[in-house]
Design a protein around this ligand. Structure first.
Ligand SMILES: C[S@@+](CC[C@H](N)C(=O)[O-])C[C@H]1O[C@@H](n2cnc3c(N)ncnc32)[C@H](O)[C@@H]1O
Length: 224
C-alpha cells in the first residue's frame, strides 16, 4: 500500500529533530499510563514494538524493569532512543533495534513475558497488524502481560477538526500518508481475542489532556 510506504518515510522524518535528553524524575506525564507500566515492569523481558524515541522503554528502565527491547522501523527514532539510554547511563538491560515486523522472524517462541505497543497498530494496515499479532502471540510466553495502547476513536466530529481523507472503510490519510486505521473498541477486541485473553479496557487521558480525551488501553494476556 503506497500510503503506508509513505507513512514509514514520514515517521522517520518526524523523529529527525528529536534530541536525546537527560532524564530527571521517572515520569511519562500520564498517571494512568505510569500505573500500567508499573504493572508491566514486573515482567522479566519486555518488547516495546513501534517504540518511537523509546519513552515507554526508558520509563520501564527507570522503574527497574530487568530487560527491555524497543523496536521501531524509524532509524532516527531508534538513534535518539539509544543515545538517550547512553546519556542516562543505562548500559545494560535496555536495547533499541531498528526493525519492522520482520524483527520477529529471528525471535524464538516464548521469549518475552511482557509486550507494549503505543499508537502503532492504528497507523499500520490491517494485513500487517494481523502478521504482527500472530508473531506477538508466538514469541510471548503463555500468560505474558500485553498492553496495547491506541489513539481515540476517530469520530466524524473529530475528523472535521483534523481533516483526514478516508480512503477505505477504516483507513485515513493526510497528504497521501496513512495516518489512521480507525476501528471501534469492539473491532479491536474481536481481533485481539484471536490471540489473547482480554483482561481490561480503559479509556484515559494524559495529565495535560482534557477529561474524556479517549485514549484506549487494552490489557491482555497471551493465550496458551
Ligand atoms: C504514532 S508513532 C508512535 C511511536 C511511539 N510508540 C509513541 O507512542 O510515541 C508510530 C510508530 O510506529 C512505527 N512503525 C510503523 N510501522 C512499523 C512497523 N511495521 N514496524 C516497526 N515500527 C513501525 C513508526 O516508525 C512510528 O515510530
Amino acid at each position: 500500500m503506497k500510503e503506508y510506504q509513505a507513512a514509514l518515510t514520514f515517521w522517520n522524518s518526524f523523529f529527525k529533530e528529536e534530541k536525546p535528553e537527560k532524564l530527571q524524575e521517572a515520569t511519562v506525564g500520564c498517571t494512568f499510563l505510569e500505573a500500567k507500566l508499573k504493572e508491566l515492569a514486573s515482567a522479566h523481558k519486555v518488547l516495546d514494538f513501534g517504540c518511537g524515541t523509546g519513552w515507554a522503554s526508558l520509563y520501564l528502565k527507570q522503574i527497574g524493569c530487568e530487560d527491555i527491547t524497543g523496536v521501531d522501523q524509524a532509524i532516527n527514532a531508534i538513534d535518539t532512543a539509544a543515545e538517550t539510554a547512553i546519556i542516562n547511563g543505562f548500559t545494560e538491560g535496555i536495547t533499541f533495534i531498528k526493525g519492522d515486523e520482520s524483527y520477529f522472524d529471528n525471535i524464538k517462541n516464548n521469549t518475552y513475558d511482557g509486550f507494549f505497543s503505543s499508537n502503532t497498530l492504528d497507523v499500520i494496515p490491517m494485513a500487517v497488524t494481523s502478521k504482527i499479532l500472530t508473531q506477538v502471540h508466538r514469541i510471548c510466553k503463555p500468560d505474558a502481560m500485553i498492553f496495547i495502547m491506541l489513539n481515540p476513536y476517530l469520530t466524524l466530529e473529530l475528523n472535521e477538526k483534523i481533516k483526514m481523507e478516508q480512503i477505505s472503510q477504516d483507513s485515513y490519510t493526510k497528504d497521501g500518508i496513512l495516518r489512521c486505521v480507525n476501528r471501534s473498541k469492539a473491532e479491536w477486541v474481536a481481533l485481539f481475542e484471536n490471540y489473547f485473553i482480554m483482561e481490561s479496557y480503559d479509556e484515559f487521558e494524559c495529565d495535560n489532556e482534557p477529561k474524556g480525551y479517549g485514549r484506549r488501553m487494552f490489557g491482555l494476556r497471551n493465550k496458551k
